[in-house]
Design a protein. Sequence first.
Length: 351
Amino acid sequence: MTALALNARFLSQDLTGVQRFGLEIARALAAQRPLAVLAPPDARDEPGLAPRRVGRLRGQAWEQLDLPRHLEGAVLINPGNTAPLALRRQVVVIHDAAAFAVPGSYGWRFRAWYRALHRALAWRGVRIATVSTHARGEIARHLHLDPADVAVVGEGAEHILRPCADTGLHARLGLERPYVLAVGSLAPHKNLAALGATAALLAGRGMDLVVTGGLDARVFAAAGLPAEARAIGRVDDAGLRALYEGAACFVFPSRHEGFGLPALEAMACACPVVAARATSLPEICGDAALLADPTNPADIAAAVASVLDDPALATRLSAAGTARAAAFTWAAAAQRLAAVADAAGRDRKPG
C-alpha cells in the first residue's frame, strides 16, 4: 500500500469551501488507511485529526520549502488548490478554474500566482484531481490537458448533519420572521447582488433574506449586497444546520462554482433549493433543485416565489434533495482520491 501524507495547510486558514474539503477529506482518509497529516506551526487543532506540525515557516513559504522535506517517501495529497513545485509524485486537488474563468473576482497578484502555479504543476506532470465533471473540463481547457488526465473525486455533505442544530441561534440573532437563506462571500462571481429582486419580494411578504458567510459588514453596500438582506457573518456548523433547517428556501445564485457545496448542505438538511443554472450546479443538483438564470434577478426571484407559493413543490424538492445529498459522501470521495494518490505512487519518474 502506498504511504500517504496530506498537506494540512488548510488548518491555518479560515474555514471556507476549499478548507472544508481538506478537513473532511483528511478525516475520511484517516479513517480508511494510515495517513500522515502534516501541518504548519500555526495550524489549529481539529477533532478527529492528529496533525503533525513540521517546519518553521508559514503560508506559501511553508508549503513550498518546509513541507517537501518531511514526507519520508510518502505520496503527498494536496486538497486545497496549491502544492509544492519541487515534487512530482503528488496529487493536487484544483477545485475550479476560477482564476482563469472569472478573473475579476480576484486581485491580480492572487490571480497571477494561481495561474502560474497551476500551469507549472500541469507541465511537471503532477496528477490533478477536481470535484466535478464541469470543473474537469474547465481545468483541462485552461491547462491544455486531456480531460481524461484529470480525475473527478467529488465531495460529501454528511458533515452538516454531524452536530445537533443550534436551536437557540434564531433567538440570539433576532430572526423572528420567516426567511430565505443565502450562503456566500462578496466575491463578484458569488453574485449576491443578483438577489435584490428576491430581497424586495421577501420584504413585501414580511420575510427576510438572511445571508451568512465571509461577509465584512463595513463593505456590504460597496459590494452590492441587497440593502434589505440580513447579513449575519459566519456561523459554526451547528448554527449553519439550524439556519438551513429553519429556512423556507435556500437560494444560491453563484455564476461560477467548481462544485457548489452549500447547495448540497441545504439538501442534506431537507431545505428546498433554488440554484443558478450555471457551471457545476446543474450537475450537482440534478432535478433536486429549481434552477434559475443567474444573470436575471427577476428569474431568481420568481423561482423563489414558486417554492414559497407551492407547498407541493417545496415538499418534492425537500425529499429529492435529501436523497440527492445522500449519494455524495466524503468516504467515497476519499476512496477516489486515494486511488489517484496510489497511481501517483506507482510513478517512478524522478521528482
